[in-house]
Design a protein around this ligand. Sequence first.
Ligand code: ADP
Ligand code: ZN
Ligand code: ZN
Length: 713
Amino acid sequence: MRVAVVQVAVPVPLPRLFDYLPAADESLPPPGSRVLVPFGSRRLVGLVIRQSRVEPNERLKPIERVLDAGLIDAVMLDLFAWCQRYYACPPGEIVNLLLPGALRRVKAFREAPAEYLALTAAGRAADLGRAPRQAQLRDLLEQDICSRKALAERGIGAEIVRRMVDGGLVVLTELPPALPAAAGPPLNPAQRSAVAAILRQRHRYATLLLAGVTGSGKTEVYLTVAQRLLRRGRQVLILVPEIGLTPQLVRRIERRLGCPATVYHSGLSEGERLAAWKAAADGRAQVLVGTRSAVFLPLSNPGLIVVDEEHDGSFKQQDGARYHGRDLAVLRAARLAIPIVLGSATPSLESLNNVELGRYQLLELKERAGGASLPRWRVLDQRGQAGMLGEPLLGAVARHLDEGGQVLLYRNRRGYAPVLICNACGWQADCQRCDAHMTWHQLPPRLQCHHCGAQRPMPPRCPDCGSPGLVPLGAGTERLEDLLKQRFPQVPVYRVDRDAMSGRDDFESLLAEVRDGRPCILVGTQMLAKGHHLPGVTLAAVLDVDQALFSADFRAPERLGQAVHQVAGRAGRAERAGEFLLQTHHPENPLLAALIADGYLAYAGQLLAERQAAGLPPARALALVRAEAHQQGSARDFLRAAARLLAGRNLSVTGPIPAVMSRRSGYWRFQLWLQASERARLVQRIADQLAKLHELPEARRVRWHVDMDPIEI
Ligand code: ADP
Ligand code: ZN
Ligand code: ZN
């Protein structure tokens, strides 16, 4: 006789669910329940995925306790099942995404006290003449309810707060302050028709690709639609690529919508994440803004999902469950029967392909809003120029600074120089564990590998020939900062990269300073290119496009186009016309010519046609099986065996081939390319063979995974 069990996903990296009996004298908990289960010698918090019946066996154990019955709803469980199958990842990895850390702890998490403080009647009346700190807090609270975080920023510590709470002068409340909504600018005709097109779909699923040049007013479109849906009590989920983008956007959203926005990203504490998760689940949070993992937030009454900067690679998770936040958001919207808006000035080829196939509806905003114009583009021939700061470029910088403008220079390399080379013999500082040069950093002085993180002191002389003539080759942001400071001592030069902006608020405070509008130079990496509104910038430049022109990665031309248009988009937003410069040693390169000739969509259309001709994504589906091992042979042997298992009809298997970076952190890296014209075919084949792949004897000597729709090769 078969017995009733539940199949539970537990947060361990094993590719299966585990069966459990119900707790003694209890019935089976429904799918979506959070349960405490024994697991080996440990106890773990897991998620019930489904009920089932199995042959009894003595290894079956009962659930220890049901923590929350039916916590996760059917739509999310469906997303779970889809995610597990499509991305071929262990169920436990998805549990980590569905439940915030606090709900995965075996010991009950102690929730932080409520976030906001309000004055009581006693507090208003109290004589605080001899407690100046408390009086100061009262003055603040008399004006408004205030968050504990805001108080901490004003130097009012937890101790003062606690004393006033204990004395009954102040209470803690979950309720964030109500805000007055500020009207936005009147929408222009293009924006109005985009809003209307989205609202027409408000009762059903539709994906709308809002392709609008930088500064065309896409955000105003989202906000106008959001406002309409909020009035009907629906929740709005906004996904953004990076935490760095949230503060600015959150303030704008709150101001315009007149309601607090709840943020959700990895930079929050466990308690903050839990609070946001719960507020989303019970509907208190009406507007949610988060990075990719926010796609897993429970929502009680969703009405709209927005994915801002939908082309951004950071929506794809690169370890564990290798899901794409944008793609899951589309799937979720479909299951919820609500519209989803994907916004970008430089849409991904995936989304444009879906427009071509009639799956997504394209909404275009071709011009900048509010009378601003797009910058003029110019290509600067770098041949014959010394280094990365050519004279024509420096001349333009000087001119814009003189005219009171700000300058933004984009170079996607951190550190002082990408290579340290010996003048005498040509020796270069390479990483011992990776197939890569080490980057020379000066702050503090060291050699560092950007792939495995290894660090070494700077050698005083060449380890090969003993010559002291070690010199930098090329320039990273640190060196550019130095050079620019020497050349333009009269203006501040700000470096914007992960090294310079490592503190939580560094970037925010820099942006605030820059928005003052005084002439300055910003030099930095991708951080600078992403969606920040810098109204004073009149000149933007990409210092080096050449590497991307000859990359082995088939996505390089797409990324180049996106980076170039995003950087160009920083220039001349306000009344002032802007200028955009591109430096290259290959001014006649056809790819570059296409990029410059017409707008991004025309360029992207050309790239898409090329991908179609070459049978590459998104025209054909691609999955990689990656394997890495300390022994080259092990990785190759595993992939050879995997290739035999995976080969099948209507499916091509290529490899093993070395990864673009063939060795990293001491591991040799190889991959198999699995391609099919039908995505479902590919997913099916992998799902069918996954258990056998895990059981291959060769699998024991390698680390391996499947990456569906990979964005890095
Ligand atoms: P995007 O999201 O496309 O970059 P935003 O919505 O941020 O564009 O708008 C860019 C700038 O133009 C913002 O300062 C915004 O306030 C302004 N703006 C947007 N729409 C209008 C409009 N219809 N009229 C005037 N200004 C506008
Ligand atoms: Zn040497
Ligand atoms: Zn390395």
